[in-house]
Design a protein around this ligand. Structure first.
Ligand code: SF4
Ligand code: SF4
Length: 225
């Protein structure tokens, strides 16, 4: 088995990711350290909306915010890093420094959907993304080609706030998820709709609006739905 398939198998079967693909670090060299050769793009299916819960704590002038899926994925990415280091490679989990959606397309995970999420043919937009950067030199996977949305515009029509003003681009002032801590400025009617669209399991937690994901036909096909 090639090194690439060995790493992929570890990522899927032992770390527990649902997607693992490979992109060249050369294509993102302004974001990675000079030793990096390969970016392993990793995806985990958020099969329950509780994956997207944000737990927050207001500090004097800021918020500490924890997203459950980020915590789960960090633990899985660390497993893959340890595997690569045991083989003699450098490996670091890189959850924030890379443009994750662009890397995901390059690594074959899917394409941009009109709701601005990455749409994977199997998991729809419920593939949460992260990356491991390594100096292991493996052949990149082919980038994802094509447009899975086609003529569909279900997400554009379903958004109660008309936040998808044009396909593939969300207007942050109109999207209720902009109110997740730390909150950004939104239009007045967005504030009024927030109690209906943002679930609040506890005083310090929030499940984001996902109407534009729930209507996506690719999410209906995903397993466990
Ligand atoms: S998350 Fe909700 S408010 Fe934001 S674009 Fe999607 S449907 Fe609209
Ligand atoms: S609902 Fe339709 S248009 Fe929107 S992301 Fe899904 S496939 Fe694309």
């Amino acid at each position: 088995m090639s090194l690439k398939e060995l790493i992929r198998r570890r990522a899927l079967e032992e770390a527990g990711f649902d997607f693992a693909g490979f992109a060249s670090a050369q294509d993102f060299k302004e974001y990675v350290k000079p030793w990096a050769k390969t970016i392993v793009a990793l995806g985990l299916e958020a099969w329950d909306e509780v994956f997207d819960v944000a737990i927050f704590r207001a500090k004097r002038d800021r918020f500490d915010v924890y997203y459950i899926y980020e915590e789960v994925m960090a633990e899985k990415a660390l497993k893959l890093c340890i595997y690569l280091r045991d083989m003699g490679f450098r490996a670091e989990h890189e959850p924030y420094g890379l443009p994750l959606k662009r890397v995901a397309v390059k690594a074959g995970a899917g394409c941009y959907g009109k709701n601005s999420m990455i749409i994977n043919p199997l998991y729809g937009s419920r593939l949460r993304l992260t990356c491991v950067v390594t100096d292991a030199d493996v052949e990149p996977d082919p980038p994802f080609e094509g447009d899975l949305c086609g003529e569909c515009d279900a997400c554009v029509r379903a958004c109660p706030l008309h936040a998808i003003k044009e396909p593939y681009r969300i207007d942050a002032r109109r999207c209720v998820n902009s109110l997740a801590p730390p909150p950004r400025d939104v239009d007045t009617d967005v504030l009024e709709m927030a109690p209906k669209l943002l679930k609040r399991p506890t005083e310090n937690s929030m499940i984001l609006c996902s109407i534009c994901q729930k209507v996506c036909p690719y999410n209906k096909r995903a397993k466990n739905f």
